[in-house]
Design a protein around this ligand. Structure first.
Ligand code: MEV
Length: 398
């Protein structure tokens, strides 16, 4: 690869597409079939696509870029990102270099607990219903677990039950919450199945009517956290650091800005999620609801300045991703991209994705408080215009 910069990362962006595939293929020991799939893109046959959703008549390609050697907890990952927007991958690469000066990203997760709920309305005696549910907690858990013996066999399954009384403008109802350890699965199917399975028993115990039975995307039992120290000089100096703090406080206190600030975070997170066929809509729902969880809507990231004047950044948000089951293993290309990110299960994947979200956010803030966002975007838009010209020329000569 070309020359190395101060943080030891080679000039990957200067390689040709062919050379980039050579790098990924050699580094991750890909077979000749796998390498051929990377070179041609796609990977999903029409018949595979037809099994994934309804009324399929075609598929669509997205560019997949890579953030090479993205260091999280001292381990380097080649992170695939699928998206059409320019500047996002470049921003993560730039912040990766700055984070590396002080040891890269540190990340952790709080567990793999997903939550489902059963809504119960029209309850004749609310207090009696609550006692009755709590008295039958073990029985309810074992009914739920009977739905997914495979998850139980790997140490997962329904672990606890809680109850929330919900006061709506017209009535009081119950949300019976049950917490499910989903291990390496994202868990939506498992949790939804369990919610439906325990509903008849809840109806019997409460004398009420069971309504909605579904998982919650506000996965507070499955948070991912990432943090890093960013060198003040590499960021552009004291003024830029102060500007970033101001921008963060602005986002955290003003929802009009907070929405866009968090959108930038999701630019990074969704792009990895899409490359790996994760349910990025679930991640979006989790992110934005968590940004308003127990407080007014604010930033998913936090920033402060340490004693040396460097910027310390962190992120915390629900990260419901899975590495067993799900669409990732059904899609030949995402299965291959999972190989190159080199993570060991859902928790490590969640940690890497959270760190990408933080990097993306800081990349956007740094540009916003310094040269502005348009410069980088415009260079890449010009490249897109060039592509359009070539396409138009081809059409005219066809
Ligand atoms: C654009 O897709 C994302 C940004 O607007 C994020 C931000 O404003 O922080 C640049």
């Amino acid at each position: 690869m070309a020359e190395k910069n101060s943080s030891g990362i080679s000039g990957f962006h200067k390689l040709s597409v062919t050379e980039r595939v050579d790098y990924i293929s050699e580094k991750h020991g890909m077979t000749s079939e796998e390498t051929a799939m990377l070179r041609t893109g796609g990977g999903l046959s029409m018949s595979q696509a037809d099994k994934m959703t309804e009324n399929v008549f075609t598929t669509i390609n997205l560019p997949v870029g890579v953030v090479p050697k993205f260091s999280v907890n001292g381990k380097e990952h080649d992170v695939p990102m699928a998206l059409e927007e320019p500047s996002v991958i470049a921003a993560v690469c730039k912040i990766r270099n700055i984070a590396n000066i002080h040891g890269g990203f540190k990340a952790s997760t709080t567990g793999s607990i997903m939550e489902g709920h059963v809504q119960i309305t029209d309850i004749p005696d609310l207090n009696k219903a609550i006692s009755s549910i709590l008295d039958h907690k073990d029985e309810l858990l074992s009914i739920a677990n009977s739905k997914d013996p495979k998850l139980v066999s790997v140490g997962g399954g329904a672990k606890n039950i809680g109850i929330d009384v919900i006061k709506t403008p017209t009535q009081e109802m119950l949300a019976v919450r049950f917490l499910v350890d989903c291990k390496d699965a994202m868990g939506a199917n498992a949790v939804n199945g369990m919610a439906e399975t325990i509903a008849p028993k809840l109806k019997e115990l409460t004398g009420g009517k069971c309504g909605v039975r579904i998982l919650s995307n506000l996965a507070t039992g499955r948070l991912a956290r990432a943090s890093a120290t960013f060198d003040k000089d590499a960021l552009g100096g004291k003024e830029v650091v102060k500007g970033i703090i101001n921008a963060y406080e602005f986002a955290d206190s003003y929802i009009q800005r907070g929405a866009t600030h968090n959108k930038g975070i999701m630019n990074g997170i969704d792009a990895v999620a899409i490359a790996l066929m994760q349910d990025w809509r679930a991640l979006e729902a989790g992110a934005h609801s968590y940004a308003a969880f127990g407080r007014r809507y604010g930033s998913l990231t936090k920033y402060s300045i340490d004693m040396d004047g460097n910027l310390v950044g962190s992120i915390e948000m629900p990260m419901a991703v899975g590495t067993v089951g799900g669409s990732m293993n059904a899609h030949p290309m995402s299965k291959l991209l999972y190989k190159m990110i080199d993570v060991n299960g859902a928790s490590e994947l969640a940690e890497v994705i959270a760190a990408v979200g933080l990097a993306q956010n800081l990349g956007a803030l740094r540009a916003l408080v310094d040269e502005g966002i348009s410069k980088g975007h415009m260079i890449l838009h010009e490249r897109k215009a060039e592509i359009n010209n070539v396409l138009r020329k081809n059409e005219n000569t066809a």
